[in-house]
Design a protein. Structure first.
Length: 255
């Protein structure tokens, strides 16, 4: 009887310490905010930044389309300019973003239209908010839940968060963050009704000037089966950009 009691007590103690160990692996709310702040901050630049963005757009029953933009960013002032390079029929279309304001320039009509940061780039599933400066995480999101899981072979934290900014592209998102090397591997985006709208995979990062830069992202439209956009960043530069680039006059001039 004594042996049975001791064995039972041992099992209870083992289960108790295992549960503590598992619980300890999940960061506290404050620790998770710090991790997410760091992940988001890594996507911002202290210098001017320019690159080429190629979007491979796939839609059901349509030929695959290649769309290309030149991206200019000045994150210190939260300014972004995008100029469309391809296809030829849309060449010269431009976007000018400054803080919460976005203008789209139509070179054929020679006019600007005020738009939203939720706007998609051309005919793709990429949004302006995917390629501009990222807000500090704790200012833009409220964490609702922290879980654990896997993305492929990587152990991740799954952070469910509610958007706090009125112009957020999605009301709620789940961020899948690699544990041992904090970086965003996957994001699930949801509307206000809770409907799953989009899934984003970030399979490739590179080291660039001491930063971990996501250079390939795949946006899967969860509302239209078979629709997705693969986004590729290349030709990086942190050389100074002329101030005039971040103006409406520049978009008019290049056309």
């Amino acid at each position: 009887m004594k042996y049975f009691i001791n064995k039972k007590l041992l099992i209870i103690l083992i289960a108790f310490f295992v549960s503590i160990a598992v619980f300890a692996e999940i960061p506290s709310m404050e620790e998770m905010y710090k991790i997410m702040d760091k992940v988001f901050e890594r996507g911002n630049f202290k210098k001017d930044f320019a690159c080429t963005i190629t979007l491979m757009v796939e839609k059901p029953n349509q030929p695959r389309e290649a769309v290309q933009f030149k991206l200019f960013r000045r994150d210190t002032k939260d300014q972004t300019v995008l100029i469309q390079l391809a296809p030829e029929a849309d060449k010269g279309n431009g976007y000018l973003q400054e803080k919460e304001n976005l203008w789209f320039y139509d070179p054929i009509a020679h006019q600007f239209t005020h738009s939203s940061l939720k706007r998609n780039l051309a005919n793709s599933d990429t949004k302006i908010s995917d390629v501009n400066k990222k807000s500090q995480f704790r200012q833009a999101w409220e964490i609702l839940k922290i879980e654990e899981g896997k993305v492929g072979k990587y152990e991740v934290y799954i952070v469910t968060a509610k958007a706090l900014e009125k112009d957020a592209s999605y009301a709620q998102e789940k961020f899948f963050v690699q544990k041992d090397k904090p970086r965003l591997l996957k994001t699930e985006s949801y509307g206000a009704s809770g409907k799953h709208m989009r899934t984003t995979y970030t399979p490739k990062h590179i080291e660039f000037e001491g930063m971990l830069l996501p250079v390939q992202q795949i946006y899967i439209n969860e509302l239209i089966k078979g629709e997705k956009t693969t986004q590729i960043f290349q030709d990086f530069s942190t050389a100074n950009i002329d101030d005039v680039v971040f103006t409406k006059a520049y978009l008019e001039k290049i056309n």
